[in-house]
Design a protein around this ligand. Structure first.
Ligand code: PGA
Length: 253
């Protein structure tokens, strides 16, 4: 299975800096052996779609897939500020983050709400990247397994046999943007738990990519990506620097 390296730009960028970043990534990409995606702020989806299409016409090197950072669980209607999966689809969106810890924390997203978003994305052929992860307090209280299993269980319940179509991202909250990365062993331990949980729901659990996220960078990516159950990375800060993002991509073979 090819690994997936997905950049999460969060609320960063501008028309000018997005273009410069993307061009630098594309120029250095060559024939990448893994899949590459960028999850961009919603207002820039059209811009990035255009830049990706222009690059595809040149036909040189690997392609980058487009991702959104959120999706509504609703199909349409009176939901001010929301974006449906069908709308994202119109802009060539291939992946959508759902349940990122920042949205769980700042926007009150619940396990059930996140699961409904994953289902809505799948219904439009968009692959949800379902984020799970424990806080520092939860880890210190020995609750890591309980928390991530509860978060994933809601999605397994909602998505049924389509669970093989999702991507999972394990992102320990204490490692996000803090420079504190989970050790490869800590990450692998949780990834193995998640894989076992998927196995209970499907015999095709190996088809589900489980990404690690949380201060993954050019220096630590290779070791993390070498773990048997780490199938890629969800990269925040380091995805905003072309050279660092490219080094991580190169480590994902
Ligand atoms: P980080 O963010 O790489 O900056 O820690 C990862 C994420 O939140 O997806």
């Amino acid at each position: 299975m090819k690994k997936l390296i997905a950049g999460n730009w969060k609320m960063n960028g501008s028309l000018a800096s997005n273009e410069a970043l993307l061009k630098a990534v594309q120029a250095g990409l060559g024939a990448a052996v893994c899949e590459v995606a960028v999850c961009v702020p919603a207002v820039y989806l059209a811009q990035v779609q255009g830049l990706l299409a222009a690059h595809a016409l040149l036909g040189s090197g690997s392609q980058v897939s487009l991702g959104a950072q959120d999706v509504s669980a609703q199909e349409q209607g009176a939901f001010t500020g929301e974006m449906s999966a069908a709308m994202l689809r119109e802009f060539g969106v291939r992946y959508a983050l759902v349940g990122h810890s920042e949205r769980r924390q700042y926007c009150g997203e619940t396990d059930a709400g996140v699961a409904a978003k994953a289902k809505a994305a799948l219904a439009q052929g968009i692959t949800p990247i379902v984020c799970v992860g424990e806080s520092l307090t939860e880890r210190e209280a020995g609750l890591t397994a309980d928390v991530v299993k509860r978060q994933l269980a809601a999605v397994v319940h909602e998505c049924g046999h389509c669970i093989t179509e999702i991507v999972v991202a394990y992102e320990p909250v204490w490692a996000i943007g803090t420079g504190k990365t989970a050790t490869p062993e800590q990450a692998q331990e949780v990834h193995a738990l998640l894989r076992a949980q998927l196995h209970a729901a499907t015999t095709h659990e190996r088809r589900v990519k489980i990404l690690y996220g949380g201060s993954m960078n050019a220096a630590n990516a290779a070791q993390l990506l070498a773990q048997p159950d780490i199938d890629g990375g969800l990269i925040g800060g380091a995805s905003l620097k072309a050279q660092d993002f490219l080094t991580i991509i190169a480590a994902a073979h």
